[in-house]
Design a protein around this ligand. Structure first.
Ligand SMILES: *Cc1c(COP(=O)(O)O)cnc(C)c1O
Length: 295
């Protein structure tokens, strides 16, 4: 399997007449380029969990849905590191696996399906003794994930930016960015879940300095987690045409849409220099009908 390539990370400046007129610069940190399966924030969030699991010499057990970037990234990393892995998948097994789960299985992850009710309560199948495993939360949520995400900013010159914007699911990546950012920088998270008002508290719990300010915007979920509209798909296609940067409809498409609109609405003061985190997730686009996206 292809190795992780950190030198592939680039900083792509977006050329746009609107951004010039608004006197803002926008740069995308392309973490999506490090690996086709272990892309973006998932590698950063997993790196210290994997190291811990190796130290404990335990197989890994983790959780996710049928299209989970986290499940696939964990499966691929475990294959690379020769660690056995089990994925606890939300929902009953269907006769046809999603491409995501198929790939995870091909990479050697053992998949166990549990009902949505059991999944909510994290009730494991009776045959699994949780003490024998190193357990990683769904999405890499938790302090080791935060510590890993903080290292994302090592791939840019921090001082160059007045604001850092990212998509937020569990908020783990965002907490890492807040911890790693300069006190003068504003960290803005675009929540991809509908009305997840608990997110502020979730992020706060993971901060080193609890007084650090950050901002979460709840207006760009497009109907909820993994929901989309034609406007969102339209922006993703235009963004690719204009900047040659692919995005995913669950996370980064919503981030790019939000920031573009916020710039147009003068949310950012003139002279702002905005860093957008491309956190990966492109494999999830396989769940869309063919032809919807031009990339
Ligand atoms: C998982 C994921 C996120 C969300 O990260 P959190 O730390 O859960 O907020 C953002 N972008 C992509 C592409 C992801 O796969």
């Amino acid at each position: 399997m292809q190795a992780i390539s950190l030198p592939a990370i680039s900083l792509d400046k977006l050329e746009s007449a609107v951004y010039t007129k608004k006197e803002v610069t926008v740069v995308v940190l392309r973490l999506d380029k490090i690996h086709p399966l272990i892309a973006g924030n998932k590698w950063f969030k997993l790196r210290y969990y994997i190291a811990e699991a190796k130290r404990h010499e335990k197989p890994i057990l983790t959780f996710g849905g049928a299209w989970s970037n986290h499940i696939l990234a964990t499966a691929a990393l475990c294959k690379q590191e020769k660690i056995p892995s089990i994925g606890i998948i939300r929902g009953e097994e269907s006769s046809i696996l999603t491409p995501t789960l198929n790939r995870a299985k091909e990479l050697g992850m053992e998949l166990k399906f549990i009902s949505r009710a059991d999944y909510e309560k994290k009730i494991l199948p009776a045959a699994i003794n949780s003490a024998s495993y190193f357990i990683i939360n769904e999405g890499g949520y938790g302090l080791l994930g935060v510590k890993g995400a903080a290292t994302m900013l090592d791939y840019c010159i921090r001082d160059n930016y007045t604001a850092v914007c990212c998509a937020a699911g569990t908020g783990t990546m965002m907490a890492g960015l807040v911890n790693a950012a300069l006190p003068t920088q504003e960290i803005i998270g675009i929540s991809v879940l509908k009305n997840n008002l608990q997110l502020t508290e979730d992020v706060k719990k993971m901060l080193e300095a609890t007084e650090r300010k950050f901002r979460i915007i709840h207006d760009y979920h497009f109907g909820g987690y993994a929901k989309y509209t034609t406007a969102l798909i339209g922006l993703m296609n235009n963004f690719f045409k204009q900047h040659n940067i692919p995005s995913d409809f669950v996370y980064t498409g919503k981030l790019f849409y939000a920031v573009d609109e916020l710039i147009q609405k003068d949310f950012f003061p003139r002279g702002s220099s905005i860093l957008l985190i491309h956190s990966g997730g492109l494999q999830g686009n396989d769940s869309l009908k063919k032809g919807m996206l031009i990339f």
